[in-house]
Design a protein around this ligand. Structure first.
Ligand code: GNR
Ligand code: NI
Length: 172
């Protein structure tokens, strides 16, 4: 089941999310709904607070090439264990901030640990778009958006555009 995506500004996108300690079927269903919502958008990642659930759960699939095998990842309680000194810059977007893009510099590689949908611990080193995306998603769990890396002026421009968009949507 697809779920509606919250749009910035929304107080729920600014909260620190709670860890998962009992991985039950409701949470697995939420992960499946998030993957469906992400692919439908389309997007390469989605964090639970973006669908209004303040729990440490993210999903991602950064396989972009048409015809390549998809790789849906579900991560409960994801944690960054190490970051590279090397940085890389991507033009980032966010499904909660539609049609707004800005360059963000982040570590080029990260080691991440998480629990998979069966509650088994996993870890992997991510680079390229995967590294950017997993950091963007983990930021969501800590109430942080990519626009928080921009200058206050740029952030304000984007936030005002979003307020206008939300007003228009509310009237439509
Ligand atoms: O779909 C998305 N694309 C994207 C592009 C560059 C850097 C990060 C992202 S994540 C975004 C989906 C989203 O908002 N996830 O929280
Ligand atoms: Ni996002």
């Amino acid at each position: 089941m697809k779920r509606p995506i919250l749009l910035h500004p929304d107080p729920r996108l600014k909260k620190v999310c709670a860890s998962v300690d009992d991985l039950d079927d409701d949470l697995r269903k939420l992960a499946d709904d998030m993957l469906e919502t992400m692919y439908d958008a389309p997007g390469i990642g989605l964090a639970a607070p973006q669908v209004g659930v303040l729990t440490r759960l993210i999903v991602l699939d950064c396989v972009k090439e048409e015809g390549e095998e998809p790789r849906p990842l579900v991560m409960f309680n994801p944690e960054i264990l190490a970051k590279s000194d090397e940085q890389s810059t991507y033009d980032e977007g966010c499904l909660s901030i539609p049609e707004q893009y800005a360059e963000v510099k982040r570590p080029a590689e990260v080691d991440v640990a998480w629990l998979d949908r069966d509650g088994n611990p996993q870890s992997e080193t991510f680079s390229g778009l995967w590294a950017t995306c997993v950091q963007h998603e983990i930021d969501h769990l800590n109430g942080k958006l990519f626009i928080d890396y921009l200058t206050p002026i740029k952030r304000q421009i984007i936030t005002r555009r979003m307020q206008k968009l939300k007003r228009e949507k509310a009237r439509a």
